[in-house]
Write a protein of this length. Structure first.
Length: 450
């Protein structure tokens, strides 16, 4: 009740202040608070996404139904009459799948947008050494776009083993003089090079905590723990906290509330394609984040630096608060908070009751996060089985493949389900993480969890 009253009072105060501002001052204030991970203006982003929808196969409900029926029949024929649960996930060379060739004609209109080249990269079937040049093109057309620079180095690092290996093989079989300066730099400075590139992008943006957090993880692998702490501190004071993804995933995340209207009720195949692209994107290496937190626990034990633990704790909480994040990221944030607590509590030895009470409240908050997400999954499974016409669960919950007609209904409802996951459940879980941020390792007894 106290928190509700405080929120109401804050809203009333904000309203009074807004009324006191002149129209010009109010407009300037609103502009200063705006933040976008997109380089291109909103109207250009909308046009690119609309053009992407237009070139997708399976535009209408009838098209989608015919395609899923064909896939159903093919799956049954290949499996002795038994249809696979994921029969709808067409192979890459299927006529039902959007490919890079579909969007090549869009270059004349959208080739000056870095987001177009991100889309090309996402859909390209080329090998890593060739494919990464598409993200380089995104940087070339918009050199001051922090998001494109960040994605270039993130993808270079995560898929760059192929790039590094190919250069390293040349380095080992030929004289250094025969390599280009870029190849020599890559071979000599890997993996420092991607980490430094990510830091340049994070500092160029300067407002997005998530860029600093993933940059810190890369420097943690290099053992530069003091620099890692510096990057976490910079992230912790950033006003915004948004995961940066390749277009169109980034666009879908930020427009999920109105996605049903944007895509259109009849273009079920477009919803299916978007859902497949979203679900198929590779997961980041969250294990390395966990290892980074463990290393700080050891450092705190050796140096008794509780303030450093507070920095890491706030990073973990803000990681769970990430705007428009999928539920897996909320869970990872919860794990990071728990890893820190589990490794620090034994260092305290016997704990006074007040401090123990503070830790118990922290554990209770963590349990609330797990409970809310688990409850959502149970509900998802129930509605997927009983009401597939109005609720789309993660299809992995289904033990039997949905028939084509049922699958079309599922994809019709997909944006509504994702809106619930991100805009309703995600926001509620993020609120719990905001509460947990108040926990202080220098004074656990003061934590009351609001």
């Amino acid at each position: 009740m106290k928190r509700v009253c405080t929120m109401v009072a804050a809203l009333m105060l904000a309203s009074m202040l807004a009324g006191a501002l002149s129209p010009a001052m109010a407009e300037e204030s609103a502009t200063e608070s705006e933040y976008s991970i997109f380089y291109s203006p909103p109207e250009r982003m909308d046009a690119l996404f609309a053009a992407f929808l237009d070139v997708m196969p399976l535009q209408t409900r009838e098209d989608a139904l015919a395609a899923y029926q064909a896939l159903w029949d093919k799956s049954a024929a290949e499996n002795g009459g038994k249809v696979g649960v994921y029969y709808w996930s067409a192979p890459g060379d299927s006529e039902y799948t959007v490919t890079e060739e579909h969007i090549l004609p869009l270059e004349s209109e959208f080739g000056d947008m870095p987001e177009y080249w991100q889309l090309r990269y996402l859909l390209s079937p080329a090998e890593p050494e060739e494919r990464i040049l598409l993200l380089q093109k995104a940087v070339d057309v918009a050199p001051d776009d922090a998001a494109s620079l960040y994605l270039y180095w993130l993808e270079t690092e995560s898929t760059g083993g192929g790039i590094y290996r190919s250069v390293h093989m040349k380095f080992g079989t030929r004289n250094e003089e025969s390599l280009t300066p870029e190849e020599v730099s890559l071979c000599r400075n890997w993996p420092q090079l991607p980490a430094e590139g990510l830091e340049r992008a994070a500092r160029l943006d300067g407002q997005n905590a998530m860029m600093y957090y993933w940059t810190a993880q890369k420097f943690s692998i290099l053992g530069e723990h003091e620099h890692v702490l510096e990057l976490l501190k910079l992230g912790n004071v950033c006003p915004h906290n948004v995961e940066v993804c390749l277009f169109p995933t980034s666009y879908v995340f930020s427009h999920v509330a109105e996605l049903s209207d944007i895509v259109g009720a009849e273009r079920v195949g477009c919803s299916a394609t978007l859902e497949t692209l979203w679900s198929a994107r590779p997961l980041p290496n969250y294990i390395e984040l966990k290892d980074m937190v463990k290393e700080f626990c050891v450092a705190a034990n050796l140096g008794c630096d509780m303030q450093a633990l507070n920095t890491v704790h706030r990073f973990a909480c803000r990681f769970g608060e990430t705007q428009d994040a999928p539920m897996i990221q909320r869970l990872v944030g919860n794990v990071l908070v728990g890893v820190l607590a589990e490794h620090v509590v034994p260092l305290w030895g016997p704990m006074n009751p007040e401090d123990q009470h503070g830790f118990n409240i922290l554990y209770h908050k963590m349990g609330m996060v797990i409970g809310m997400i688990s409850g959502s999954r149970v509900s998802s499974q129930h509605y997927a089985e009983k009401r597939s016409d109005v609720w789309l669960a993660t299809l992995g919950y289904l033990e039997e493949p949905p028939e084509p007609e049922e699958l079309v209904r599922c994809f019709t409802a997909w944006p509504v389900y994702e809106e619930f996951e991100i805009k309703v459940l995600g926001v509620s879980v993020a609120g719990i993480f905001e509460d947990m941020e108040a926990f202080d390792y220098t004074n656990p007894a003061a934590y009351r969890g609001y």
